[in-house]
Design a binder for this molecule. Structure first.
Ligand SMILES: Cc1cc2nc3c(=O)[nH]c(=O)nc-3n(C[C@H](O)[C@H](O)[C@H](O)COP(=O)(O)OP(=O)(O)OC[C@H]3O[C@@H](n4cnc5c(N)ncnc54)[C@H](O)[C@@H]3O)c2cc1C
Length: 274
């Protein structure tokens, strides 16, 4: 029996990213939302562990009320129960506050977990910080960017690629893994799943007060990360025409781009000579 928690985040559809330049946050209320792709892989991994070992899966999200959609989607895929952390006071929380709020909810509502799974990163903020920070808050081991996992008794064996090496690690449960998007392809939702998701669903709504959190310690006010400026970088291209004899052109090319060329041919052309 394995009790798995999976943390999932709603992100705006890539096609629409309304931005509030004043507060430096996304206007999620104006965008169509979807489950963050990496979170879907984490959910699939959670469901796979449940089917192999028995047990149950709890999906948790922290977000505005419309994020309930992804909890219903999680139930349609096979999650057993959900926690919805939502409170106007939590809006604009950075990764530190998001992690500590998720940790507090886990301690209060599902502290007997064996395994916490998160996506490796999101498609909107993409910091990849929440998983490792959540593990730190709960004082449990963490492995990031996991491709495969197998539970044996109270130990989980995981595989991941790191610096082009395939690593196999064993970690004692309880632990937290951030799941890569290479494996655990999310399943199609069965028709019966849709029925579950639109019926009476097991979603517990949790506010800052339910967590015993002072509203000023969450949201924009409680977040140490301050967004100073948001802008779209300008991509500039410059066309340079090299002129002269072929030998001169090649020499100039190497002078201008020796670092890039060395990287491509994997030789230090400055040191080894041309
Ligand atoms: C009312 C309200 C409004 C919010 N508005 C915004 C907003 O405008 N913009 C914004 O980016 N965030 C918003 N959040 C959510 C929160 O602030 C972000 O989730 C957080 O900063 C995560 O950063 P990230 O996307 O870089 O996560 P990463 O560290 O890249 O995420 C890695 C993994 O951590 C887990 N995770 C991350 N965030 C959450 C979450 N919220 N709930 C559950 N699991 C999570 C997922 O498994 C994810 O795959 C809001 C939250 C609330 C309550």
């Amino acid at each position: 029996m394995v009790k798995v928690i999976v943390c999932i985040k709603q992100v705006p559809m890539a096609s629409e990213l309304p931005w509030d330049a004043q507060s430096g946050t996304l206007r999620r209320d104006l965008a169509e939302g979807m489950m963050n792709p990496a979170c879907k892989h984490a959910l699939e991994a959670a469901l796979t562990m449940k089917h192999q070992q028995g047990g149950h899966v709890t999906a948790i999200t922290m977000g505005p009320p419309m994020a309930e959609e992804i909890l219903r989607e999680a139930i349609a895929m096979g999650a057993d129960r959900c926690l919805m952390l939502s409170d106007p006071a939590m809006a604009g929380s950075d990764t530190t506050v998001t992690s500590s709020t998720l940790a507090r909810a886990i301690e209060i509502f599902c502290s007997d977990f064996d395994l916490i799974l998160t996506g490796c990163h999101t498609t909107d903020s993409e910091t990849a910080q929440v998983g490792p920070q959540l593990a730190e808050e709960l004082d449990i081991p963490v492995v990031a960017y996991v491709d495969e996992m197998e539970i044996n008794d109270r130990v989980i064996r995981v595989q991941r690629f790191s610096d082009n090496f395939l690593e196999t690690l064993e970690v004692d449960l309880p632990c937290l893994l951030t799941v890569n998007t290479r494996h655990f392809t999310p399943r199609y939702i069965p028709l019966s799943g849709l029925q579950d998701a639109f019926g009476e669903v097991n979603i517990l709504s949790v506010s800052a007060a339910d967590l015993g959190i002072d509203p000023s310690s969450v949201g924009i006010e409680g977040s140490p990360t301050k967004i100073l400026e948001v802008f779209t970088p300008l991509a500039e291209k410059k066309n340079i025409v090299l002129k002269g004899a072929p030998k001169k052109i090649v020499e100039e090319l190497f002078d201008r781009f020796d670092t890039k060329i060395s990287g491509i041919i994997k030789k230090d052309i400055k040191r080894e000579g041309r």
